[in-house]
Design a protein around this ligand. Structure first.
Ligand SMILES: [Zn+2]
Length: 277
């Protein structure tokens, strides 16, 4: 049985990190304009190209955006919202959580939350960590802020409900894995020694194989991408080919995280109640 009423859930999500992908590693990178321009490509070129592709297929998706990028690029964020996509929380400055004090982490949460509330008029419903790390206060804070989903953990191919501090919650985890991320394939920079680029076809091969197994097993597929990476021509062609491939199967739902979570959560709660009996 598929997890949702509309079939196999395929999430195509975009982390619009822009320049924060670099300044979060080292604030001094702000003084390296050419390095920063790699991030600028995400908002100047990549996002628009992605929005046009999604429109061509009538796909609504989720963009995880740091609050700082929302504040700096408000017109672009409004365009993302105008085209029907969801805006989700991705910290404020993309600061790596393990380097923060609890007070600083809370400030990142609050400021990012306020940026989304201000631009969209609504509270964010999902959260994804910058740099794929959390601290002991992160999960309780997600519950406190009333988030509906997290997309962070690598431990499953199916969604599940989090237990936080020993308490069962309604917080849905939408897990992913590095093979479902564009950055390990393509992120290249002179400040990242050892990183090489792979052929775009490598990504297509990996994602098609992942899709085949996950679809056959009635699980889910969470793809995480970055406009500054996947928005480049050769990679976007691969994303389009992957969309075509997925839509060539029956019963595939490519949609926003919030809508798919609303659809699948009653089933997850039922399964948890039955397992607890
Ligand atoms: Zn990010």
């Amino acid at each position: 049985m598929p997890l949702t009423s509309k079939g196999f859930p395929l999430f195509l999500t975009f982390d619009l990190d822009a320049e924060t992908m670099w300044t979060a590693r080292d604030p001094a990178y702000a003084n390296r304009p050419i390095l920063m321009s790699q991030g600028a490509y995400g908002w100047k070129v990549g996002t628009g190209r992605i929005l046009d592709l999604l429109d061509r297929y009538g796909i609504k998706s989720t963009f995880f955006v740091p609050g700082l990028v929302i504040d700096q690029r408000e017109a672009l964020i409004e365009e993302i919202l105008r085209r029907g996509h969801e805006l989700a929380h991705h910290s404020y400055s993309h600061a790596w959580i393990l380097s923060l004090t609890p007070e600083q982490e809370r400030e990142e949460m609050e400021r990012g939350w306020q940026s989304i509330k201000r631009v969209s008029g609504k509270a964010p419903r999902g959260w994804r960590s910058p740099a794929a790390e959390i601290s002991p206060i992160t999960m309780p804070m997600l519950v406190e802020y009333g988030f509906d989903y997290s997309s962070n953990f690598f431990d499953d191919d199916s969604p599940y409900l989090h237990t936080v501090d020993g308490r069962e919650t309604k917080l849905v985890e939408l897990p992913f894995r590095w093979v479902l991320d564009d950055a390990p394939f393509f992120q290249y920079s002179i400040v990242l020694p050892g990183r090489t680029m792979q052929a775009p076809s490598a990504l297509l091969e990996a994602w098609k194989s992942e899709f085949d197994v996950l679809h056959a097993e009635d699980r889910m597929m969470m793809v995480g991408m970055h406009p500054q990476i996947i928005g480049q021509p050769s990679r976007l062609k691969v994303l389009e080919a992957f969309i075509e491939y997925a839509l060539g199967h029956s019963g595939v739902w490519i949609g926003r995280c919030d809508e798919m979570v609303d659809d699948m959560r009653p089933g997850l709660e039922r399964a948890r109640a039955e397992a607890g009996r």
